[in-house]
Design a protein around this ligand. Structure first.
Ligand SMILES: [Fe+2]
Ligand SMILES: [Fe+2]
Length: 271
């Protein structure tokens, strides 16, 4: 059967949560989306995720959450990372770190979907092993009948994300990049059938610097003085991709960028 997988880039703060709460149910209804994967590493005031917000994303229709370098910012997420099969940590973190290396979920439509998170090593300050070796280890652990595999490559360097796309071409359904918060226009299905995009872009306030208040970031960058980078408020949009996957082969037949603007009059509340 055909699976339509919606992949959503880093959700930033309340404006990001609000637009996700509007967009996900609408895209499921209007576009036949039947699986939703979202990177939520910036959902809690711009950094990390709480248990309450995790529950909210499930209610909005998100099936699996990925994270990144902000994963351990909120202590109350640790029990969720230990018990839930709806959230994964980067598979190339040290084996002792809390969270699962991949998850396998039943979609509402039927086919099982595996989700793997990876983190890059170039220009990013986390303790991690090689993402290329880690993904091989995880792929080898997947049951043979699992064909649909989603990979979030959370990385700063474009080259590292492009390389991961080629590394996995024909072996997973989609490789999408996250972390840089700006959507890229290079979405395509690679020759062996893996959908790829270098960065999904964020779900968050675009009247900002990557989701943070412009005045705060400019003050820090021009004066060198420490400045709190509060989450911005205006021009909330969600960017991501919808990937069409043949669940019999696990390969993609199409990838399309999507943009969803917050409804006019949205007040920043996401309840
Ligand atoms: Fe992020
Ligand atoms: Fe990040």
């Amino acid at each position: 059967m055909i699976l339509k997988i919606l992949c959503i880039g880093d959700v930033v703060g309340r404006p990001g949560r609000q637009v996700v709460s509007q967009a996900v149910p609408a895209l499921m209804r209007e576009r036949g989306v039947n699986c939703v994967v979202a990177n939520v590493e910036n959902a809690a005031a711009g950094s990390g995720l709480t248990e309450a917000l995790y529950e909210k994303f499930l209610r909005y229709g998100v099936d699996v959450m990925t994270m990144g370098d902000h994963i351990y910012r909120k202590a109350d997420l640790l029990p969720v990372l230990e018990r839930s099969d709806r959230i994964v940590r980067p598979a190339n973190f040290p084996p002792e770190s809390i969270g699962r290396e991949f998850t396998l979920i039943e979609t509402k439509a039927g086919p099982r979907v595996a989700v793997i998170s990876l983190i890059g090593r170039l220009f990013i300050k986390t303790v991690s092993d090689c993402p290329f070796h880690a993904v091989e280890r995880v792929l080898a652990r997947l049951p043979r009948d699992v064909k649909v595999v989603v990979v979030d490559m959370h990385a700063e360097a474009t080259s590292e994300k492009v390389a991961m796309g080629w590394h996995l071409d024909g072996r997973v359904s989609v490789v999408f990049g996250t972390h840089t918060h700006v959507p890229t226009a290079d979405e395509r299905v690679l020759p062996r059938g893996t959908a790829y995009v270098t960065d999904l872009g964020m779900a968050g306030p675009y009247d900002s610097v990557l989701g943070r208040r412009k005045d705060r970031v400019l003050h820090a960058m021009t004066t060198g003085m420490p400045t709190p980078f509060d989450v911005a408020t205006d021009d909330a949009r969600m960017y991501g991709v919808i990937v069409t996957v043949d669940s019999d082969t696990g390969l993609a037949t199409a990838i399309e960028r999507v943009r969803w603007d917050a409804a006019p009059g949205s007040d920043g509340m996401d309840d």
